[in-house]
Design a binder for this molecule. Sequence first.
Ligand code: APR
Length: 291
Amino acid sequence: EYNSITAFHKKLAESKRILAVCGAGLSAASGLATFRGAGGHWREHKATDLATPGAFRRDPGLVWLFYAYRRHMALSVKPNAGHHALAALAKKNPDFLCLTQNVDNLHQRSLHPPPQLKPLHGSLFTLTCSSPSCTWSSPNNYASPLCPALAPAASSSSLSQLLDPSHPLDPIDPKSLPHCPDCHSLQRPGVVWFGEPLEEGMLDEIDRWIDAGPVDIVLVIGTSSVVYPAAGYAEACRTKGHTSVVTVNLDADQNRQTLNSLQEEDFAFAGDAAELLPELLKPVIGELPKE
Ligand code: APR
């Protein structure tokens, strides 16, 4: 019963307040690497070398190459039917809120209504100043490469090729990286690094939304649910016997892990989010226009 689309459609028909928590698996069908699955970023490289404030202080050039590469890859792909299905649901149901861990801007490019999208981990396409006392930021910066020193990131076909230890790139002189126009510190990608806080105001807004009333459905899409606070929202919404937690994940085992205790009102669908979401949401969003 927990993987019956018909049973889910019945629940959807009587649902109003819906939350989605999205992860890298939603963008996999667009061609972007995940973090912990096969070929994932953290399978080939250590997060602590590429995605922490310490890494940036130690070697800003290396960290910038990683993010310039991810910017370039995200710009070279398109939102998939999973993104479009979620944007269509948001347009049909103002009580649907989408939280995403992804920084690739593919939700935004699928024209998901901004008030119903919370980018928990920021965006590759927002630049900020690395000085904690400076508030400079520049949203929607799509330049690639950002500067000549980062050009290799825009011409590498893979991260492992770009950061290949047997063919190390010339070290990048931090002076050649982008600097803040206000205080001349280094610019950094506007993403949340391990050990950094998420935006306070956004977290409060999400808590207020959850507290505003029972949540009928929580869609947990394409995420390994190991990074908090994103991984905690499904359980936070669970109102005994009312809330259906619905995992959509390529890996059936992952579904069971996410739903550590699969309850009778829950659902777990194993497959590609880009294929499953249009199917699962069809009663509300109808047929998506063909790409
Ligand atoms: N459809 C659905 N699920 C998929 C697909 C797909 N096509 N491809 C992969 N998956 C699943 C994998 O089975 C895995 O459970 O997506 C999940 C991806 O997990 P991670 O790579 O851990 O990505 P995510 O959960 O988004 O990571 C969370 O960790 O590194 C930090 O800040 C980073 O936002 C990221 C956070």
